[in-house]
Design a protein around this ligand. Sequence first.
Ligand code: PEP
Length: 246
Amino acid sequence: MRRSLVVGNWKMHGSSSSIEALVPTLAAAAGSQTDVVVCPVAVHISLVSQLAAGSELEIGGQNCSQHEQGAYTGEIAAAMLAGAGCKWVILGHSERRQYYGETDALVAAKSVAARAAGLTPILCVGETLEQRQQGQAEAVVTAQLAALVEVGLEETDVIAYEPVWAIGTGQTASPAQAQEMHACIRAFLQENVAEKAMAIRLLYGGSVKGESARELFAQNDIDGGLVGGASLKAEEFVAIIEASQD
Ligand code: PEP
């Protein structure tokens, strides 16, 4: 039985005061049957860490460097995230692939660096609307996963399927659409890392809300969610956490 996991990606949002207002509610909701993680911008990690102390709320980074350290202005090493209190890191988010040109190979290299620092990568895959309309969705996602095989897919614990057309658009994939792709990902894992395939947690991400979460999370191969906008609203995110506990 895979434990549910709900991850909030705060993207480039939040201020000290909004975080001080939000975290206590999320910290109170974390625990029991679901792992709950929030991923603030790097400068807010220590504040979240202080506010979440003593609770089961965990913290993740939104990205890390593939390098251990060095002259890489503006970058953050995985070990620095771990040192600041993170246990997790989102890698290969479509916004990073789209705006910063991150390739499958770079995401794979970052996942190696993250694991070496003791972080659990949350590896994002997903197709664009155009790719889906051209019938390439499964091929695109499979290719993204294939890039990870060479760097140890068997050491992967979490994969997030995030159709690009559903992120921040309000257009959630239907539970059937999401399950279809999750089943495809599970089949890929069975072919490539059979011994680990049933243990890897698969998250759905893309405009998840309190009202859509329950049916999505009820699907066989959906083990939780990667949540953007709704994770910044206490009531909405708590509803999503609760939906993962049913
Ligand atoms: C995300 O940023 O990973 C995401 C899923 O965003 P949203 O929930 O806002 O679509």
